[in-house]
Design a binder for this molecule. Sequence first.
Ligand code: GS8
Length: 222
Amino acid sequence: MADEVILLDFWPSPFGMRARIALAEKGIEYEYREENLAEKSALLLKSNPIHKQIPVLIHGEKSICESLIIVQYIDEAWKGKSPVLMPAEPYERANARFWADFVDKKVSYICESGSIWKNKGEAQEAAKKEFIEYLKLLEGELGEKLYFGGEHFGYVDVVFVPFACWFHTYEVHGNFSIEEECPKLIAWVKRCMEKESVSKTLPDPVKVHGFVGMLKKKYGVD
Ligand code: GS8
């Protein structure tokens, strides 16, 4: 019998979505377990004792932590299953890792810090400007390609597209349009959304906005 696959996750997490998209792309059956991050399960604490964060992929007796590593693990552990997410050629692999790391360091940071929805005035303007600058750099890397992976949806696409369901929240709070700033990037988001692995994974942006409304109350932001 094949090893059981379990994903410990939390629905609005773009990091968790990366794992969900990769599993869906590969057509792997798994059990989804929603975590309450205010009261983490014993399994989460046991399987990610270092960071105590979701997502965690449990594959039989093994647990794999950190979303970038989880996506690569899924690609390698189910190597025989198409599609292959990582490019084959070493330089292209390095380039894909570079951009995944860029998304993690820059885009994720804006998301995690909440700098667009927590701030107002000048601080918010600065956060918006910085965010648009990062998106434009990503749009430049995309160029005329269909996907970051080229002709095919690949590793960088999986890593970056989850943030798209947070864009609406940033736009409402920051009063700007990402489509006006980065039309090619939004065309790419729409292209990705045509894939079932993405459209079935990404929550409704309005629901994410509602979740941020709750976070604002929790942090006393008005
Ligand atoms: C980030 C995961 C993360 O931030 C990855 O997997 O890529 N670098 C990691 N997980 C958050 C939820 S999403 O904001 C989390 O589990 N937070 C709970 C906590 O830190 O206590």
